[in-house]
Design a protein around this ligand. Structure first.
Ligand code: FAD
Ligand code: UDP
Length: 370
């Protein structure tokens, strides 16, 4: 069979690329090894009528008008704005760290405190390298050792299975520190959950006469059967090159569900646990779409070294290997035969909007005759 474009992987990167290329008149074959589209954003309704996200909680957020407009063609988004609390002992504190977190944790009077001055004192009492060389330095340079130990150290060790000194400072830059009362997780202009779930958004995006979807199929097992002018690859970068520079590391997760006959379990949809608990966070899914049912479903997240590759692990060792693979990838991109797009194929700690933006940019640059 002959297609203009073969795409490996039906997550946000592969599916967005499929739609844009199909609208340009290209015949696209989208190959997905799982039994569903949507990648890690796939969701489904469980027996209690609650929409759960099979691969962990996803909240859409972006500053990009182009990404927002593109995705709104396939779904409306609700007005959910993400809030996260961190549970330390029996108390809940806002995350990202804000004025409330600092005052509650250090027992300060929120009405009189000068937060900038308090954080400065906390930092001055602490030891770290400047400029920050790693995750630990980055956090301590902003909030000092006491807040770092309480809210970041344990969570990060569980999440990544590594000492925070062996992780890049950039990971910490994802979470701001605020000197005000803002307790929203993201500050992007556009935020929300697709009103009828992510899966329906994907189904609409892929509903185009030029797109054929092949599920339960590993691209590497079938690629010799198909001829195409362009391949869009969204799977693991190291696998594409047969691990010639060694394995890149990925972090996985295990999810355990609990169903309770109660309306609400926790004050916000996601609560982080930086302490000795073996899980990192609990998500109460019904809060995302405000589903009004009598039961609630909780999802406990347990980070794992084996399993599906959910997270790329950003540290010096992996970035060096990534560089070698990207040099190979760029050669193929330059001759116009393959595009590497997405969290796995670019080995980048991308959010959804960054993936879609990368697709829009890279696909726009593809030769028009492809
Ligand atoms: P994926 O979603 O991983 O899709 C890749 C697809 O390719 C998969 O379906 C895979 O099965 C398939 N595939 C791989 N190899 C092959 C092969 N050889 N053959 C066929 N198919 C193959 N982002 C946000 O913006 N907001 C959030 O709140 C958020 N929360 C997250 C929470 C968790 C727990 C995780 C893990 C990520 C989160 N993200 C969030 C990031 C978001 O999941 C990613 O940015 C996005 O899903 C990446 O899309 P992708 O298409 O690049 O990759
Ligand atoms: N982090 C932390 N404590 C928190 C929240 C985040 O230590 O309460 C750290 C942790 O290392 C995490 C990183 O900051 O992996 C980035 O957080 P983010 O919320 O972006 O993680 P994600 O949603 O991608 O899992």
């Amino acid at each position: 069979m002959s297609y203009d474009v073969i795409i490996a992987g039906a997550g946000f990167s592969g599916s967005s690329a499929a739609r844009i290329l199909a609208e340009r008149g290209k015949k696209v074959l989208l190959i997905e090894k799982r039994d569903h589209v949507g990648g890690n954003c796939y969701d489904l309704k469980n027996a209690f009528g609650i929409t759960i996200q099979k691969y962990g909680p996803h909240i859409f957020h972006t500053q990009s008008e182009a990404v927002w407009e593109f995705l709104n063609r396939f779904s409306d988004f609700n007005d959910y704005k993400h809030k996260v609390l961190s549970k330390v002992g029996e108390k809940f504190y806002p995350i990202p760290i804000n004025k409330t977190t600092v005052c509650d944790f250090l027992n300060l009077d929120i009405n009189t405190v000068n937060i900038a001055e308090i954080l400065k004192q906390e930092v001055e009492k602490s030891t770290f390298s400047m400029p920050p060389r790693n995750f630990q330095d980055q956090v301590i340079s902003q909030v000092g050792e006491r807040l770092y130990e309480a809210f970041f150290k344990g969570y990060t060790m569980k999440q990544w299975g590594k000492e925070p000194e062996n992780l890049a400072a950039d990971i910490a830059k994802r979470v701001p520190v605020r000197d005000n009362l803002d307790d929203y997780y993201f500050s992007d202009k556009y935020q929300g959950i697709p009103t009828n779930g992510f899966t329906l958004l994907f189904e609409k995006m892929l509903d185009h006469p030029n797109i054929t979807v092949l599920l339960n199929t590993d691209y590497f097992e079938v690629r010799s059967r198909y001829k195409s002018e362009l391949t869009v690859y969204t799977g693991e970068l190291d696998r594409f090159f047969d691990y010639k520079y060694g394995h890149l590391e990925y972090r996985s997760l295990e999810f355990k569900y609990e169903n309770l006959e109660q309306k609400q379990f926790q004050p916000v949809a996601v609560v982080n646990y930086p302490g000795d608990e073996p899980w990192t966070r609990i998500t109460e899914y019904k809060q995302f779409l405000r589903e009004n049912v009598d039961w609630t479903t909780l999802c406990y997240e347990y980070p794992a070294s084996k399993g599906e590759p959910y997270y790329v692990i950003i540290n010096d060792e992996n970035l060096k290997k990534r560089e070698l693979y990207m040099q190979e990838a760029q050669k193929l991109e330059a001759d116009g035969s393959v595009l590497f797009i997405g969290r796995l194929a670019e080995y980048k700690y991308y959010n959804i909007d960054q993936v879609v933006e990368s697709v829009i940019i890279k696909v726009k640059n593809v030769r028009q005759n492809v």
